[in-house]
Design a binder for this molecule. Structure first.
Ligand SMILES: NC(=O)c1ccc[n+]([C@@H]2O[C@H](COP(=O)([O-])OP(=O)(O)OC[C@H]3O[C@@H](n4cnc5c(N)ncnc54)[C@H](OP(=O)(O)O)[C@@H]3O)[C@@H](O)[C@H]2O)c1
Length: 256
């Protein structure tokens, strides 16, 4: 993993869950980290923790739903070698019952901000002839998920975008890895207002385990990786059954 030593990574959604553990995982490999999210205090606490490992770790508070803030972020950090597009959220429940503002914010963070940051940061990467980008998708990318209908659709977008850009950018040695976690212990379910079912609780992985799988895949230039064997089998099995059946099964798993 010497490839990442001395490199600079910008990690979105580093104040919690998978993003915070990706930052820890990269710092272990000697990577300097720029920690991005809205909750400044959390970022500063993590920066202090990671600086003790000898890397340069900085808290970079930013509301990624604001396009002007995204442009300023990229302008302030042109040296980023590794972009971790991890910030994201879900809106749980019947689509008809969701508030439009909540859905719109999710689309903005999961799709627009991720695409904009990718556009901003990959230009200098391509010009330098090196870059690594992790796109945090989900196993929800592989099938429709009732009760997370719009969220799952955002993750299908992320996976598709990542796989296509990996081909476009490969000649400039800018490589994309889509990380597809299954259910993972983090603040995700609280933010989504989702009371977890027994099935969801039982199948949860830790964010540290998911982060390690993601960073290993990034270091090995894997196009995509599903976190955990059970999740990988489930993702593969969606190829063998009709999408309508997959949607019904996903509904049964997600129902509280
Ligand atoms: N947990 C799961 O079961 C699971 C499964 C598959 C995929 N994922 C994906 O994994 C990624 C990380 O989620 P997680 O599970 O670690 O959830 P989490 O603990 O809720 O973390 C989400 C992160 O996104 C940040 N964020 C949200 N809105 C933001 C905004 N407007 N500007 C800047 N940062 C923002 C949050 O920071 P602030 O609130 O401080 O801004 C937080 O650091 C997401 O893309 C999620 O969709 C999660």
């Amino acid at each position: 993993m010497a490839e990442f030593t001395g490199r600079t990574a910008l990690i979105t959604g580093a104040s919690s869950g998978i993003g915070a553990d990706i930052a820890r995982e990269l710092a272990k490999r000697g990577t300097n980290v720029l920690l991005v999210a809205r909750r400044t205090e959390r970022l500063e606490t993590l920066a202090t923790e990671l600086a003790q490992t000898g890397v340069i770790a900085s808290a970079v508070p930013c509301d990624l739903s604001d396009p002007t803030a995204r442009i300023a972020l990229a302008a302030a950090h042109p040296q980023v070698d590794i972009l971790i597009n991890n910030a994201g959220l879900g809106v749980f429940g019947m689509f008809a019952d969701a508030a439009w503002d909540d859905l719109n914010n999710m689309l903005n963070v999961n799709i627009t901000a991720l695409t904009h940051l990718t556009h901003l940061f990959t230009k200098p990467m391509a010009a330098r002839g090196y870059g690594r980008v992790m796109m945090v998708a989900s196993t929800a990318a592989f099938q429709p998920v009732p009760l997370y209908a719009a969220y799952a659709a955002t993750k299908a977008y992320v996976l598709s975008l990542s796989e296509a850009l990996n081909v476009e950018f490969k000649p400039r040695d800018v490589r994309f890895t889509a990380l597809c976690p299954g259910t993972t212990a983090s603040e995700f379910f609280d933010v989504a207002h989702h009371k977890k079912s027994y099935m969801v609780e039982k199948t949860m992985m830790t964010s540290a385990a998911v982060a390690k799988i993601g960073v290993d895949a990034l270091a090995n230039n894997k196009t995509s990786v599903v976190a955990g064997l059970a999740n990988a089998l489930m993702a593969f099995s969606t190829r063998l059954s009709p999408r309508s059946m997959n949607a019904e099964l996903a509904y049964k798993i997600m129902k509280p």
